[in-house]
Ligand binder design. Structure first.
Ligand code: COA
Length: 196
């Protein structure tokens, strides 16, 4: 497997791969500041290599930057699920998504492409998470929650059942979301209040 992006999130992605004995052969970055991450060589991305067989993961934490890179690549994207994660066989996960340690994804949930489901997040039954979303560590989504494209749910946030959260929303760390949230909003606190 090949990674694109050599920052902090890249290390977490390597850790997922190691947990399932998936080999990362190379890492690309637009502006590499390091020669290697976890002993895996980092190369400057100049032109796209032809790699018909090795799947890629865009290992960039920022949702907009991850989308920008994913949309410029023409490669096959892989999927990484940590050995300790529990993903219902009735749920689906899109290509390019990474699922970290101790995540629980309950039944009949759909996770889009190039999402990050971070350590210990719980996504209950019948949720729908759109492409490029990031559910941070220990965040919990109750049943039937919808999360729009590119939305970031902060660390330890809780979302009540059936809530609809729009696209490119930011939910602050520890927020409790009790009402639907419009596209682009920034929401913090308990109960959640809009600050931007
Ligand atoms: C919501 C967030 C993005 C806001 O960042 P910001 O735009 O820089 O906002 P500021 O720090 O200027 O704070 C603006 C106001 O919101 C409040 N605020 C910010 N984050 C808050 C939070 N998580 N909970 C409660 N209040 C919060 C601040 O106290 C401040 O209030 P004031 O205007 O009364 O002083 C950020 O604080 C946050 O929670 N990010 C989540 C990070 C995260 O979970 N990362 C996980 C990576 S794996």
């Amino acid at each position: 497997m090949i990674l694109y992006g050599a920052s902090g999130h890249c290390k977490s992605v390597i850790d997922i791969a190691e947990s399932i004995s998936e080999e990362i052969t190379r890492i690309y970055d637009d502006n590499p500041k390091v020669e290697a991450v976890c002993h895996i060589p980092v190369q400057k991305f100049l032109t796209e290599p032809s790699n018909a067989y090795e799947p890629w993961i865009v290992s960039i934490g920022n949702n907009r930057n991850r989308r920008k890179i994913a949309e410029k690549l023409t490669q096959n994207f892989g999927l990484l699920i940590h050995r300790t994660a529990s993903v219902s066989s009735w749920s689906t996960v899109g290509d390019g998504t990474v699922i970290m340690a101790n995540v629980v994804i309950n039944t009949c949930t759909s996770i889009g492409k190039h999402c990050i489901i971070n350590s210990g997040a719980v996504i209950e039954h019948d949720c729908q998470i759109e492409d490029f979303a990031h559910i941070s560590p220990n965040a919990s989504l109750a049943g039937g929650v919808t999360v729009g494209e590119g939305t970031h749910i902060g660390i330890g946030a809780c979302v009540l059942p059936e809530i609809k959260i729009g696209k490119w929303v930011t939910i602050g760390a520890g927020a409790v979301i009790i009402k639907d949230v419009a596209d682009g909003a920034v929401v913090v606190g308990n109960p959640g209040r809009i600050i931007g």
